[in-house]
Design a protein around this ligand. Structure first.
Ligand SMILES: [Zn+2]
Length: 157
């Protein structure tokens, strides 16, 4: 997975995605949480898009900005291990992943750390001071007006 400038990886784990997409795709891969995104990648050889993406070892199945993650929770079914259940703007994938509670906490923390949409961006102001040079009437050197004196001969400017 390629990170964008300013993005860093917070967590990654082997996971099996379930119930994703119109065909309820299920398959193994790696789930990543970054400071900006949730990404799930699978190996091309594991079937999803074999033949569609040539020359790439992995393919992104799911990539969503954290702002599109409406909810992350642990779903405990009657059978099997608890799942990480996501509610995204587009779909409700579940993940069979080790320690889903830790994922829920990590996603919540990452979302909380994101800049609020619409918040005023931090603007850095650069104040430039204009320096006026004056030529000394005694020796001809250039001195700064604010210094008041010629840097060469010391005469008042
Ligand atoms: Zn001078």
């Amino acid at each position: 997975m390629l990170l964008h400038p300013g993005e860093s990886k917070l967590r990654s784990s082997y996971a099996v995605i379930e119930n994703y997409g119109p065909e309820s795709y299920r398959g193994p891969g790696v789930l990543y949480l970054t400071t900006h995104r949730l990404v799930f990648e699978t190996n091309v050889s594991q079937g999803l898009v074999r033949g569609l993406v040539r020359g790439k070892e992995t393919v992104t199945v799911l990539e969503t900005p954290l702002s599109h993650v409406r909810n992350a929770a642990v779903r405990k079914g009657r059978v099997g291990r608890p799942r990480l259940q996501l509610e995204l703007v587009a779909g409700r994938p579940a993940f069979d992943v080790l320690d889903p509670d830790a994922w829920v906490a990590a996603i919540a923390t990452a979302k909380h750390s994101m800049p609020t949409p619409g918040a005023a961006p931090v603007v850095m102001h650069t104040i430039e001071r204009q320096v006026v040079k004056i030529r000394c009437r005694y020796c001809g050197s250039l001195g700064n007006e604010v210094d008041g004196r010629c840097p060469t001969c010391g005469a008042a400017l």
